[in-house]
Design a protein. Structure first.
Length: 221
């Protein structure tokens, strides 16, 4: 299957499976989304969604968060992991938003990535999901599937992002990145993945992927 046909097939299949793409992280505005995305580093969205209600009851805006004790923030977000680092980042970025942006979340990659605890992926999520700016955040699911689907070399997330932006139309990036995440979770996991049953991998997956799967099945017998 030619690369163009592969891309079109993926877009059509994902649109068929996921016509609607609700944002996985619960939030009410750009600030609460920014905090939730920061918490999701090395943590599942489901776990974050169990923690943020208590955190946002304590403080759901930069002004109130900046008034909190870092240790109190850390206690609430501990289930998300890396709580000492994340609590400091949340507290510090809240102060910066007040000092430099009148309490508003900035709407540029440069400004977002300058905030404590905010990398390119976090900034991309906020830019796309909070402000509707075309972006292609690459998480572990997207990085894995881009390699499985032969859309990228898979050497690093930066290269994967460049490759996917080159292959897919800009106007669908924001929806597509969520569709790929949903698909990865439901059909194409990192472990226990059966390429023969996968709605996309079964059509044109890497030969090595099928060979490796068959080899594992033989070892189990």
């Amino acid at each position: 299957m030619a690369k163009k046909d592969t891309v079109n097939f993926i877009v059509d299949k994902l649109e068929e499976l996921y016509p609607e793409t609700p944002i996985p992280l619960e939030h009410k505005d750009p600030y609460t989304l920014l905090v939730a995305v920061l918490l999701s580093a090395q943590c599942t969205d489901a776990r974050v969604n169990t923690v943020t209600p208590s955190l946002f009851d304590l403080a759901d805006n930069p002004y109130d968060m900046a008034q909190q004790n870092v240790d109190d923030i850390a206690k609430i977000i501990r289930p998300c992991g890396l709580s000492p680092r994340k609590s400091k980042a949340i507290h510090q970025l809240s102060q910066i938003l007040l000092q430099q942006y009148q309490g508003e979340v900035p709407q540029t990659f440069e400004a977002l990535e300058a905030l404590p605890g905010v990398g390119h992926k976090t900034a991309s999520v906020v830019m796309s999901q909070a402000f509707g700016y075309p972006a292609f955040p690459v998480d572990t699911h997207i990085h894995r599937l881009a390699w499985r689907w032969k859309l990228s070399t898979g050497k690093n997330v930066e290269q994967t992002e460049k490759d996917l932006k080159r292959l897919f139309p800009k106007e669908i990036w924001n929806k597509l990145h969520l569709q790929i995440i949903f698909f990865g979770r439901e059909y194409c996991p990192a472990r226990g993945h059966n390429p023969y049953d996968c709605p996309i991998c079964s059509k044109y997956g890497r030969r090595t992927m099928f060979a490796e799967f068959d080899k594992k099945q033989l070892k189990k017998k």
